[in-house]
Design a protein around this ligand. Sequence first.
Ligand code: MG
Length: 309
Amino acid sequence: MWGGAELCSGAEDSEAILAVQAQGEANRCWTVIWSGFGPGQSFWLSWRKALVFPGIALPRRSGFTAGCIMKTQYPRYGWLMGLMLGGMFLFGIVGGRSADPAGVPRVVDPGPPPSDAIVLFDGRNLDAWESEQGGPARWRIEDGAMVINGTGNIRTRRAFGDCQLHIEWATPEKVEGEGQGRGNSGVFLMARYEVQILDSWRNPTYVTGQAGAIYGQAAPLVNASRPPGQWQTYDIIFRAPRRDGSGKVVRPATITVLHNGVVVQDHFEIQGSTYLERPQYESHPDKLPLVLQDHGNPVRFRNIWIREL
Ligand code: MG
């Protein structure tokens, strides 16, 4: 029995239930059950968790029995049961494999898209989207891509906070306009933090307004743009702002962006809504839709998926 208690107290992420029963005359007994041995806890520290109650003993000759059930950190041991019988302590495996111990990463098929991703657009329909003005999204679907057509911004029906986002986009092959007027769109995390989309192939503009910029706040580290008409990717890792009980932001939102596989934003601390000329944080819910901007240019999108973090 004591060997069992030591095993469970010394093993990380182990639990145990230990029962000791003292049997008196006429099948009356007292049973003591300890439960919840945590990592690093000694048997003696767990007295506070002990349950003591009278019970009816099974008929037996011995006046003392003890048993314990332990969940170990070792999957191949799983649950162990120990029993004191006739002065000997016996162990047996009773539970087979235990659940994955804490800290072991979940298995994800990387896809793409990864098996735990929420697919927002796979080329077939706009079911995951709606118009920012309400009602269904009305962007055109063409050759497996959704195309901006002047019907306004669209947003996801679902709301998201911390996330990993993959999105592919292409600015028009036929170049029209210049600067901010050329292939302009945008990905708005939480409907207010914009990663700029722009045809930034040999198209100078202000640096916090080019492709890969956090609009108005941070220029991309490099310009990794492909020529107009070609498919490009953003892989975005976003952490929503955190607030204290009074609503004050205690940790700003952060964002990492890979443009065509190249890091262009490296854990940038967003200063607030990119809609505002002087960015500041507005109060908003913990999760909000993802918005794609209709800036009047027929930018195309495909293969959009998101993983909640
Ligand atoms: Mg934009």
